[in-house]
Design a protein around this ligand. Structure first.
Ligand SMILES: [Zn+2]
Length: 276
C-alpha cells in the first residue's frame, strides 16, 4: 500500500518523466478486480483522455493527482502495488488496472494490490470527491503543527477511547500514514501500539508528533519504503525498523526481542522494552 512517502516519490518522478507528454490512448483495466474504483466506462475514459497533455502532478495523503490538460485530472487514490513507467519498446505488464499510452510510445501502468481509485474528473471536481474533500492536514502540510496535532487528539478523544495505533492508522485521521510507517513512528516515539491516547502526557504527545514528522520526511527523502517500488521499478531506500523482517530480531536500541502481535486489522511490530 502506498503511503505518503511513496506517493510523494511517485509524483516527483512523474513530474520529471511524464510532464508535457501527450496521451495517445488511456485504457482502464483488462484485469477485473472488485476493489478497483472507476468513475468512467472504458470508452468514455479513452475518449476523454486522448490528446490530453500531462500537467504537473501533486500528492496529498495517499492520493496522487495528475492533470490531463486541458480540463481533466486523473486521481489515483489509496492504491498499492505498482505504478510503473515504461520506455518505448519495453514490455508492459499484460495485466493492469490502468494503462496510459503516450504518443512517443512510452506508457504508464498501474496494477493495484488491494484496492484503489482510478478516476477521471473535470478539473477541480476531484477536490469534491469523498475522502479528498474532507481530508485533514497531512504531516507535510504547513498546518500540521504541534498545536494542530494536540487539538486533533483532544477532538478524537471526545467520547471515544482510542489507542496510539488507532490514531495513526484508522479513519485517515492523519492522512498519508498506514500500517507500515506507523510501526516505525511508534518505535521512534517509544509508545506501545495499544497505549491509550488519553494517557499521553504533553511530552509524549510532542514525541509522537516529532516521530510522525521525522519518519515521513526521512522516508520521503529516501524515495519511499524499501518494500515498495518507485516509478522505475526500483525499491525505495527507507529500511523499516519494525516489520516482519525484523520480528524476533534484537531491538536496535536495547537488544530486546522485537515482538509481533495482531491488533486493529493489521500486524504490529514493537519492542516490549522501548515501547511502554
Ligand atoms: Zn528496545
Amino acid at each position: 500500500m502506498f503511503e505518503l512517502p511513496e506517493c510523494a516519490t511517485l509524483v516527483r518522478q512523474m513530474n520529471q518523466t511524464l510532464r508535457g507528454k501527450t496521451v495517445h490512448r488511456g485504457r482502464l483495466g483488462n484485469s477485473p478486480h472488485k476493489f478497483v474504483w472507476y468513475n468512467r466506462s472504458r470508452p468514455e475514459f479513452e475518449r476523454l483522455t486522448a490528446g490530453k497533455k500531462v500537467g504537473e502532478a501533486a500528492a496529498r495523503g495517499r492520493w496522487m493527482f495528475v492533470p490531463l490538460e486541458p480540463g481533466y485530472v486523473l486521481a489515483l487514490g489509496e492504491c498499492g502495488g505498482r505504478l510503473l513507467y515504461h520506455q518505448p519498446q519495453v514490455r508492459r505488464p499484460e495485466q493492469y488496472h490502468l494503462l496510459v499510452e503516450f504518443d512517443d510510445s512510452s506508457s504508464l501502468s498501474l496494477t493495484t494490490q488491494m484496492w484503489g481509485a482510478m478516476e477521471l474528473f473535470e478539473q477541480g471536481k476531484e477536490q469534491e470527491r469523498k475522502y479528498v474533500k474532507d481530508m485533514r492536514s497531512t504531516p507535510v502540510d504547513k498546518g500540521f503543527t504541534f498545536q494542530y496535532f494536540s487539538g486533533l487528539i483532544d477532538e478524537l478523544l471526545q467520547g471515544q477511547r482510542r489507542s496510539v495505533k488507532a490514531l495513526l492508522t484508522q479513519e485517515q485521521s492523519i492522512p498519508g500514514l498506514g500500517n507500515s510507517l506507523a510501526q516505525d513512528i511508534m518505535f521512534r516515539a517509544g509508545l506501545h501500539p495499544r497505549r491509550p491516547l488519553a494517557e499521553l502526557t504533553r511530552a509524549e504527545r510532542r514525541k509522537l508528533y516529532q516521530a510522525i514528522v521525522s519518519a515521513v520526511r526521512e522516508a520521503t527523502a529516501k524515495g519511499g519504503r524499501c518494500d515498495e517500488l518507485d516509478l522505475f521499478g526500483r525499491p525505495g531506500g527507507y529500511e523499516r525498523i519494525m516489520c516482519s523482517e525484523t520480528a524476533g530480531q534484537p531491538c536496535p536500541e536495547c537488544g530486546a526481542k522485537i515482538e509481533k502481535q495482531a491488533y486493529l486489522g493489521g500486524t504490529c511490530y514493537f519492542c516490549p522494552k522501548c515501547q511502554q
